[in-house]
Design a protein around this ligand. Sequence first.
Ligand SMILES: Cc1cc2nc3c(=O)[nH]c(=O)nc-3n(C[C@H](O)[C@H](O)[C@H](O)COP(=O)(O)OP(=O)(O)OC[C@H]3O[C@@H](n4cnc5c(N)ncnc54)[C@H](O)[C@@H]3O)c2cc1C
Length: 366
Amino acid sequence: MSFQVAIIGGGWYGCHIASSLLALGFSVELFEQSDRLLSEASGNNQFRLHLGFHYARHHNTRLQSRDGYFRFMERYSDLSKAVLQNVYAVPQTDSLIDFQTYRMIMTSTGLDFREGESVPIEISNIEGFLFAPERVLLIEKAREYFRKQLEGHLNLSSKVKEIKDLGEHVTVNGRRFDFVIDATWGHFSSPGMDVFYEPTMLLYFEGPADFPAITLVDGPLCSIYPTEEPEIFTLSSVPHTPLGRYATAGEARRGRDSVTNEVVIEKVEQMTRQVSQYVPEFRDGFRFMGPQLSIKTKPIGAYDDRSCHVWKRGRIFSVLSGKIDTVFFAVERILSFLEAGNDLRAPEVPSSLRGDILRQRAVIGL
Ligand SMILES: Cc1cc2nc3c(=O)[nH]c(=O)nc-3n(C[C@H](O)[C@H](O)[C@H](O)COP(=O)(O)OP(=O)(O)OC[C@H]3O[C@@H](n4cnc5c(N)ncnc54)[C@H](O)[C@@H]3O)c2cc1C
């Protein structure tokens, strides 16, 4: 059955959902307020194709990342590239868990990693480390890929201002659809769980192209990760990257947009000091290029939940994304909601045997 579906938001989630539903024969229109795809969080993050090594404290997030990674590689392998040396290191004193526990959690999640190799640079104050086969996302290539995939179905520079659920159908800015999917990461309508909005600042640094990716786990630590450009890296820090905590998306956007030079300079100093405790050559080997500002939408709770959630209210779906590799769960849940509501039921077509019997009956006037 071909439904008319409107999707709000052209981030990784909106783009993936749109291209998946198109492939299934749905009629799809995507509305994105910016003039290009992947303009908000999807184009401003650490670009890590996660396998789960980041999430020692949330089982479901690890499982979704692990499974999502392999599905991502099947479907979008050209949209990422390998990180040759990707080190996860557990510091001696500042981590919430010890290295053996960390290693055991990753092993029991079924994650593959390498050990016993040396790191080509000095990493100080470390209890143990392993190498994870994660990748880096290629955002510019992804933009181009989705622009082509969704040609004829894209409405760029189109802000959705109003959705109305009228029971039998729904309208988006006055246009009629069967269903609408809010893939704005909670910026258009509130998700179905309590969340807060966190403006963030990562820092772009220029450094040696062959420098390894280094992530210190687990707790208030930091990481250096490559980008799609060989000599550009992001530096992220659990205590210093957040710029505040807001109840609404609008407040968070105002918080992000009011960041001053003084705040940037302070963050550069704090984050450089933090990473240099573990990677002494960072201070002299890397040059600050500029900040990357973004907004995270996070579930309120004690655990580190970054799994994907989907809700359906009437004809309106809302998606709370987890990580980028968890996009597949969003489509699965949308389809299972439609199936549960019998919306996907195919029209009844009589089998050919029944058709033949009915024709014979008609011929002999039964
Ligand atoms: C600092 C940081 C680091 C991160 N690091 C990683 C990482 O390394 N790996 C990883 O997998 N994930 C990471 N994430 C998470 C990842 O960025 C998000 O999970 C993902 O990008 C969310 O995608 P999305 O499509 O749901 O949202 P978005 O990318 O934010 O897309 C939502 C879209 O909706 C549009 N929109 C909003 N309102 C409207 C409207 N009214 N009308 C039309 N359009 C509208 C916006 O313009 C935007 O393009 C990170 C996030 C942050 C902030």
